[in-house]
Structures are given as C-alpha cells and as structure tokens.
Write a protein that binds this ligand. Structure first.
Ligand code: ADP
Ligand code: AMP
Length: 223
C-alpha cells in the first residue's frame, strides 16, 4: 500500500507533483482544495458553506473536512493507496485521519514535506493559472501553456483562482504557519517525515519525490 501525504505551504508545488506521482503509480490524487472548489462551482450546499471562507484564505472547519476525506478514502480506487494534497492541515485533522485509517486497517506510510520560502511561494502563486475544466496547473513564468490562455490538455480557458491574489496568498501563508506547520513535528515523531527542497525546478523535485516514494513503498513502485 502507498498511503502518502504531501505537506507544505500553499504554492510549494504539491499539486503539480501529486498529479505526476498519481499518473506514474496509478493511485488517486486527493486534493481537498480541488474538491472544495468543485463544490463551489457546482453551487452545492457544501460549496455555499465554504465559498467565503476559501476566498478569505481561512481554513474550512475540521469536522467538515474530516467527513469529506473519510468518504473519499473509503472509495474502491484508494485500495492500493492515495496521495493526500492539502489535508491534513491541523493537528485535529491529522489525529482524525489516523483514527479513520485505523478503522480501515490502514495507516499513513509517509509524509513528503515540500520545503520552500514564503517569497518564492508568493512569486509562484501570483503566476499560477488553473484550467477551468480539467484542473491542470500552469505557471505563466515557469510552465506556461503552449497557447496563451488555453489549457494544453483539454483546450478550455485557464483562469486565476480567487484566492491567488497576493494579499490572500500572504494570509494563507500565515494560516499555514499558525495551524499547519506543527504537523511537521507530528509526522516526524511518528518517523514518517521525508523532506524535499521544493525550491528546485519541477524535474528536480520530481526525481527527488520519486526517490522518496521508492524509500517509502519499496522498489516495486519504481516499475
Ligand atoms: P500547491 O499545490 O502546493 O499549492 P502548485 O502545484 O499549484 O502548488 O504550484 C504552485 C505554482 O507554482 C503553479 O503555478 C505551478 O505551475 C508552479 N510550480 C510548481 N512546482 C514548481 C517548481 N518546482 N518550480 C517552479 N514553479 C513550480
Ligand atoms: P488549496 O487548494 O489546498 O490551496 O486549498 C484552498 C482552500 O481550501 C484553503 O485556503 C482552505 O480555505 C480550503 N481547504 C482546503 N483543504 C483544507 C483543509 N484540509 N482544511 C481546511 N481548509 C481547507
């Protein structure tokens, strides 16, 4: 099994790498941010509840998040493993996750920490663009689409997230420092923390993450 968490500040490159790993190892990429944005777009009850919170850069309440993730990791496609991206974000969520997994006879095998400075994430996020249809992630500076404004993969328009304005990005970073950064200690104490220098380019981070995945899951995950 390969039950993995990608941890780090917003804009560190977790989603970018999680998509690559998911493709390579055939396990689902579970992004709680993507799930919430989909709910907002669909105008569901959940979406209505979380819209303003997300726009302000604050965190959605723990009980809501735990319910969403519990349902998601219980699905059949998570049998061989999953990559959690954006969850857990608080100690309460991390403890709840351990409990939920225990009840399923599972556990987290490893947590990959994407280490990066605030100024670099602000720079990355202000140039981030996302496909409105398939969710592919671009960067106007580091990885622009081939045709301006259009997704390479599906041809739909790309857009800037509402919470990707500099002011909100700084707010989200401070929320990360206040509520999420202590998860590093939480997983370190469990002997499950692996660190990658996320300030390097996408290819370098990719190969380092690959090495870590092999360490966590064994060589079979490299083939
Ligand atoms: P996160 O999921 O951690 O919030 P993303 O994967 O969305 O971060 O990446 C944030 C932005 O930085 C995106 O625009 C992405 O294209 C870009 N990016 C991701 N990894 C790198 C990298 N190693 N170097 C430069 N830019 C990157
Ligand atoms: P992300 O796409 O991971 O940057 O998340 C975008 C926003 O969704 C965050 O700023 C939060 O408002 C909300 N969110 C996503 N995941 C969580 C979580 N695990 N706990 C609380 N809020 C979350």
């Amino acid at each position: 099994m390969m039950n993995i968490i990608f941890l780090g500040p917003p804009g560190a490159g977790k989603g970018t790498q999680a998509k690559l790993v998911a493709e390579r190892f055939h396990i689902p990429h579970i992004s709680t941010g993507d799930m919430l944005r989909e709910a907002v777009t669909n105008g569901s009850e959940l979406g209505k509840k979380v819209k303003n919170i997300m726009e302000s850069g604050e965190l959605v309440p723990d009980d809501l998040m735990v319910d969403i993730v519990k349902e998601r990791i219980g699905r059949a496609d998570c049998k061989k493993g999953f990559i959690l991206d954006g969850f857990p974000r608080t100690i309460v969520q991390a403890n709840a996750l351990d409990e939920v997994l225990k009840g399923m006879n599972k556990e987290i095998e490893g947590t990959v920490y994407f280490k990066i400075e605030e100024e670099e994430v602000v720079k990355r996020i202000s140039a981030r663009r996302v496909c409105s249809k398939c969710g592919a992630v671009y960067n106007l500076v580091y990885s622009p689409p081939k045709v301006n404004g259009i997704c390479d993969k599906c041809g739909a328009p790309i857009y800037q997230r509402d919470d990707d304005k500099e002011e909100t990005v700084r707010k989200r970073y401070s929320v990360y420092i206040e509520k999420t950064v202590n998860l590093l200690d939480f997983y370190k104490k469990q002997g499950k923390l692996f660190e990658v220098d996320a300030s390097k380019d996408i290819e370098k981070v990719k190969s380092k993450v690959g090495e870590i995945m092999a360490k966590i899951g064994g060589e079979k995950w490299l083939h």
